[in-house]
Ligand binder design. Sequence first.
Ligand code: FAD
Length: 350
Amino acid sequence: MFSVFKLLTKNASLEILNFAKSPFIKIQKNEMHSKVIIVGSGPAGHTAALYLSRATLEPVMFEGFLANGFAPGGQLTTTTDVENYPGFPDGIMGPEMMEKFRQQSLRFGTKILTETISKVDLSSRPFKLWRENAESKEPDTADAIIIATGAAAKRLNLPGEDTYWQKGISACAVCDGAVPIFRNKSLAVVGGGDSAAEESLFLTKYASHVYVCVRRDKLRASKVMANRLLSNPKITVLWNTLPIECKGDGKLLNNIIIKDTKTNEIKELKVNGLFYAIGHVPATELVKGQLELDQDGYIITKPDTTYTNIEGVFAAGDVKDKKYRQAITSAGSGCMAALECERWLSECAE
Ligand SMILES: Cc1cc2nc3c(=O)[nH]c(=O)nc-3n(C[C@H](O)[C@H](O)[C@H](O)COP(=O)(O)OP(=O)(O)OC[C@H]3O[C@@H](n4cnc5c(N)ncnc54)[C@H](O)[C@@H]3O)c2cc1C
């Protein structure tokens, strides 16, 4: 009886079996085998899902239940207008765009489960995956996995930060720098590395002036970037400076409070934008110790591919990309992961 039941429940995640309609047998099981499981539901995960489902590989996506602090759909669910994704000439709201991605994945048959994967075993095939709060149950299994768990920008958690997040505060100059609220306005950038230098220089295209708050009395940025930053007449570096509070009119940011880290002196800085350039954290806790990661925790993939060090495991999107971190590049690598996974399944998987 058990083995018949087990056979019947294969590929039937969370589905109640027909015979379970009986008042005496109503069983839900996690255990499921899939050709390919996608972990993560941002642009990378959904693009992979779209390609794999159109290729009739019946992908299963775990879209997460507030995984890594994000709603299903990922980082874009935390923003307003997305103006740089091709195909939307008037821009589109981030959550609406991700809902469209989701609908397109569903349309071709992707099975989407609103659950988080909390543990994986990639040591042998089929790979094993456990769902959050069901770690003691039998794992789901898959011949191939696409890791598309994304990343999160580091934040300072300042007073006022939640109120003005995306209403003057941003973690992406390339994404948000051109929006009207920042045009010809004074802006501030926090950070002293190459990203901070790059973001500050980018913002000079739009801003009247850019202040760069650097915690110490020197930059971590490379010499070339530091020279460009320091020689730009539209940029002032504020050494030994940390923002400690964000203020505004309740709708938009118009002021930050800064502190001198040496003298503890506190001042106001009238700016309409505050850009965090203090790094990102890739969501790789799940695969740490199993997949090869770089020193910042990003998954290492073979050059120009989405292949990881484990055959059958592919990585796409921000979780493997610390350079571009854009929706379009994530979607692009999701497409690559799907095509490479499809080829691998047909040629290599036993
Ligand atoms: C505020 C903001 C504004 C932005 N604006 C723009 C913009 O205008 N244009 C642009 O091109 N880019 C923008 N970006 C960047 C863009 O959002 C990212 O580059 C892109 O979303 C990365 O996509 P991704 O698929 O790699 O991952 P994410 O979007 O990070 O999505 C990953 C998803 O996986 C889920 N997940 C994580 N771990 C698990 C797990 N263990 N199990 C199941 N699910 C899991 C997460 O909950 C999340 O939903 C912005 C980013 C932010 C934060």
